[in-house]
Design a protein around this ligand. Structure first.
Ligand SMILES: Nc1ncnc2c1ncn2[C@@H]1O[C@H](COP(=O)(O)OP(=O)(O)OP(=O)(O)O)[C@@H](O)[C@H]1O
Ligand SMILES: [Mg+2]
Length: 367
């Protein structure tokens, strides 16, 4: 299955530069998710790869072949559009067949592929219906089937699940992931849904304003966000962030807040860049890393006593929202404990010192 590389890609719409000097490459069989807020350039990048838009500079390689100026049909890729784009007058079978026999694939081979995809997607009983006689989820599967029967090594998806209800979205997410595990094709998948990104991707490229903020595995993106944008965009609730200043105290580096109400020893932090005395930083930590009750296996912790704001409960999980250093922070707790903690004016919070993230406040860069 093919590898993909974007080299120094520039894309402008008139005077507006939407993508500026973008570099990104993935190996074969990878499931790349382009993740970012609305308008950041995800669809543009996908359309450049598909050949539906033309680059203004740079080159796009598929399997080390320069496809930058090839016709979409010659790039060897299939695309699933957000809008499904099914032909309303054709049946499901006709939609899936479109572009097969007209491209010289024999009738027998086309039938075989359609039967295979229909079975995989559980739409065999729908083959003779028109799109108007299908539910949204069924139409979605037809659109995926139409891409699969082409049996190209690269499959592109543009927010394919955004029109589905939450339950169906979860089901289809698993189906697409299972399909990828079976077929091991190369996938580029666009979404602004970080749950989709975290659960499906082998690699995620987080984008903002046409610039890749971080490229890495889901674990790298989640555990070591490269900057404040990624820290804030990925994860729900977003990473807790406190405004602090770094102080050198004897041989110790500590982060203190303005009111000197918190002191966090940075001795166990794995610096990428480092920080000097007086540097304004944001200290980040995830809701699930905080503990209400001290645990020996959490290593060195620092304790804060935090006023309680409110609790949010959803099934087995709950979040306690507490005040720390004048800001609201989220702490994940067991849903069964929520009632036990409710009514207390304040709770102790233990922050494990190995679970910190330190960002440069002015630039947002991970330090
Ligand atoms: N044909 C066009 N002409 C001018 N500007 C465009 C055109 N297509 C897209 N843009 C602009 O380029 C930027 C990126 O758009 P794009 O569709 O790639 O965003 P996106 O990340 O896919 O967003 P969404 O999540 O909302 O689909 C936006 O600012 C958009 O307004
Ligand atoms: Mg889009």
């Amino acid at each position: 299955m093919p590898s993909i590389a974007f080299n120094n890609i520039v894309k402008k719409f008139g005077a507006l530069t939407v993508i500026e000097n973008l570099n990104l490459s993935i190996g074969d069989g990878e499931f790349l998710v382009l993740l970012g807020p609305s308008g950041c350039g995800k669809t543009t990048l996908l359309n450049l790869l598909a050949g539906l838009l033309e680059i203004d500079d740079g080159e796009i390689l598929i399997d080390e072949r320069d496809v930058s100026y090839l016709d979409p049909k010659d790039r060897g890729l299939a695309m699933v559009f957000q809008s499904y784009a099914l032909y309303p007058t054709k049946t499901v079978r006709g939609n899936m067949n479109f572009g097969l026999t007209s491209r010289g694939i024999s009738r027998a081979e086309a039938d075989k592929r359609i039967a295979w995809a229909a079975k995989l997607l559980q739409i065999e009983h729908l083959l003779d219906r028109k799109p108007s006689q299908l539910s949204g989820g069924q139409r979605q599967r037809v659109a995926i089937g139409r891409a699969l029967v082409k049996q190209y090594g690269v499959c592109l998806f543009d927010e394919p699940l955004s029109n589905l209800d939450a339950k169906l979205r979860n089901e289809m997410r698993m189906e697409i992931k299972k399909l990828h595990n079976q077929l091991r094709n190369t996938v580029v998948y666009v979404t602004h849904d970080q749950v989709e990104a975290m659960t499906m991707a082998t690699k995620i490229a987080v984008m903002n304003k046409g610039v890749i903020q971080q490229f890495g595995t889901p674990d790298e993106i989640y555990n070591e966000p490269a900057n404040l944008f990624v820290a804030d965009f990925v994860g729900s609730p977003a990473m807790n962030l406190l405004d602090c200043v770094v102080r050198q105290e004897g041989s110790d580096l500590v982060a203190v807040d303005e009111k000197d109400s918190i002191r966090i020893n940075l001795g166990e932090y794995k610096w990428k860049v480092g920080a000097d005395d007086g540097k304004p930083v944001k200290i980040g930590f995830r809701a699930e890393e905080l503990l209400i009750e001290e645990r020996v296996d959490a290593g060195n912790t620092v304790r804060f006593d935090c006023p309680v704001e409110y609790f949010e409960k959803s099934g087995p999980d709950a979040f306690a929202f507490l005040t720390m250093s004048g800001k609201s922070i989220a702490v994940r707790i067991d849903g069964r404990d929520a009632n036990r903690y409710r009514g207390k004016p304040a709770l102790p919070v233990y922050l494990p010192l190995t679970k910190l993230n330190v960002f440069d406040a002015p630039t947002g860069r991970r330090l």
